[in-house]
Design a protein around this ligand. Structure first.
Ligand SMILES: [Zn+2]
Length: 313
């Protein structure tokens, strides 16, 4: 009996120990489980914060993109505005041409043109034109340090850019302006290629498309000209000559007074004037203020050429 009691007590103790061990084990696993849950919760919280951060970044970026896009759009609008203004300006000039031709106004038009540049002296010409608030036309060659043409040690970027920015017209006077067997008039095809070379040079470098050209020496210089006239249409060019000039193109340098008078005394019966000058001539530069004021006194409005002008062919 005593033995049975002892055995029962031992069994109870063993059972208690087992229960305690089980509870211990349960507690241990529960804690671990709980820790895992906590860990997962932390991870989820971390991931959520990451996603939120990413979303914020995406929002910020789209905002920046939107702002940039709007900024870009405003530039496009601005460019369009300038083009529209320019178009309206040229339309006014063309209207005035018609009124002048029909005798509906006492005003006359003078287009000042400067050939063969750019030159170092061109800047001084631009200064005078600025001072007198005149917009003119420049028929330029392909000149830069890289092209290998004359004055290759000089870069003229600032002059090309100033002409374009100031609202003057930039025309094409061929790339090389060369005469003779190796020159631009050797064939119509050669002429066109030389002309297009200069167009591409100006377009690539200054984002400006020339549409008016002037023949080196004028359209009557070469027997090749009629063949070239035909090709000009295909490449969207019109050409313009002149009906008065300072006479500064010759080898002999004439006086400032001669250059002034050559222009001012050769306007009779010419209601639309195209004046040929060269922006390499010091005496033309000195004559320019008198030419401008003299022409204005005669009733001329000084304007830049547009490719739809009656003077262009
Ligand atoms: Zn020339």
């Amino acid at each position: 009996m005593e033995k049975a009691k002892k055995t029962t007590r031992i069994a109870v103790i063993v059972l208690n120990i087992c229960s305690l061990l089980m509870i211990g084990a349960l507690l241990f696993f529960y804690q671990k489980f709980d820790a895992n849950i906590m860990k997962n919760q932390d991870r989820n919280a971390f991931l959520t914060s990451q996603v939120e951060e990413q979303n914020q970044l995406t929002d910020d970026l789209s905002l920046v993109f939107k702002e940039k896009q709007e900024e870009l759009q405003s530039y496009n609008d601005f460019e369009k505005l300038i083009l529209d203004e320019k178009e309206a300006y040229y339309n006014d000039i063309l209207d005035l041409e018609q009124k002048v031709l029909k005798g509906e106004t006492k005003k006359k038009i003078a287009y000042l043109t400067f050939d063969d540049g750019p030159y170092t002296l061109s800047e001084s010409f631009l200064d005078v034109l600025d001072e007198y608030e005149v917009r003119a036309t420049f028929f330029y060659l392909m000149k830069s340090t890289e092209t290998g043409y004359e004055n290759e040690n000089e870069t003229y970027d600032h002059i090309y850019r100033r002409i374009i920015r100031s609202g003057h017209t930039l025309g094409n006077h061929t790339a090389s302006h060369k005469f003779g067997e190796e020159g631009v008039y050797q064939s119509a095809e050669y002429f066109i290629q030389d002309l297009l070379k200069n167009r591409l040079f100006i377009y690539n470098r200054y984002d400006y498309m020339t549409t008016i050209m002037r023949f080196p020496g004028g359209s009557q210089t070469s027997s090749m000209a009629p063949a070239i006239f035909e090709r000009l249409k295909d490449v969207d060019y019109v050409y313009v000559d002149w009906n008065t000039q300072t006479g500064d193109g010759g080898k002999n340098v004439l006086s400032v007074e001669t250059y002034t008078n050559n222009v001012l005394n050769d306007t009779e019966g010419k209601d639309i004037l195209v004046v040929l000058m060269h922006d390499y001539s010091y005496n033309t530069l000195k004559a320019l203020p008198d030419i401008i004021t003299g022409l204005r006194k005669q009733g001329y409005i000084l304007l830049p050429l547009c490719d739809r002008s009656v003077m262009c062919h």
